[in-house]
Design a protein around this ligand. Structure first.
Ligand SMILES: C[S@@+](CC[C@H](N)C(=O)[O-])C[C@H]1O[C@@H](n2cnc3c(N)ncnc32)[C@H](O)[C@@H]1O
Length: 125
């Protein structure tokens, strides 16, 4: 992430944020403009207590579902970990992630299947 997104002020969406593990790591590395999306109110409630995220979005993301109140090209990057697995998310959510990530000449996508993580950065510099 630090290699592909140099702008620490860029907005990041943490999809399947859970209790905030990614948010904590991102904050530790100086990123300070992070929103959380999760399908579990309970997880978001715990994440909220950690003051890691600017906005908490409660939504079960799946194919055809639009993230409410988020304009096209809002985020510099989307991060996910522990979410690309059975009964969680699959590739049908990509169009919506692409919609909310800024376009740019320096787009990146990385999916690590073993660790079930994904980083996608649009206008990440
Ligand atoms: C294994 S946890 C990972 C949490 C965190 N990203 C981490 O790495 O510790 C998976 C999280 O994704 C959320 N989740 C699973 N499927 C989802 C979906 N379709 N839409 C939104 N959140 C989802 C769950 O509620 C849960 O909080």
């Amino acid at each position: 992430m630090m290699e592909i997104m140099k702008d620490k002020n860029g907005r990041i969406l943490d999809v399947g944020a859970g209790t905030g593990a990614n948010g904590k790591l991102l904050k530790q590395h100086g990123y300070n403009n992070i929103d959380a999306l999760d399908g579990s109110k309970e997880m978001l409630k715990i994440a909220k207590t950690k003051n890691l995220y600017d906005n908490l979005i409660h939504l079960i993301l799946k194919g055809g579902v639009r993230i409410p109140n988020v304009e096209n090209d809002t985020y510099s990057a989307v991060v996910m970990s522990g979410v690309f697995c059975p009964n969680h998310c699959d590739s049908t959510i990509f169009p919506e992630l692409i919609r909310v990530v800024k376009p740019g000449h320096d787009q990146h996508g990385a999916i690590n299947c073993n660790n079930k993580s994904m980083i996608s950065a649009g206008d990440a510099n």
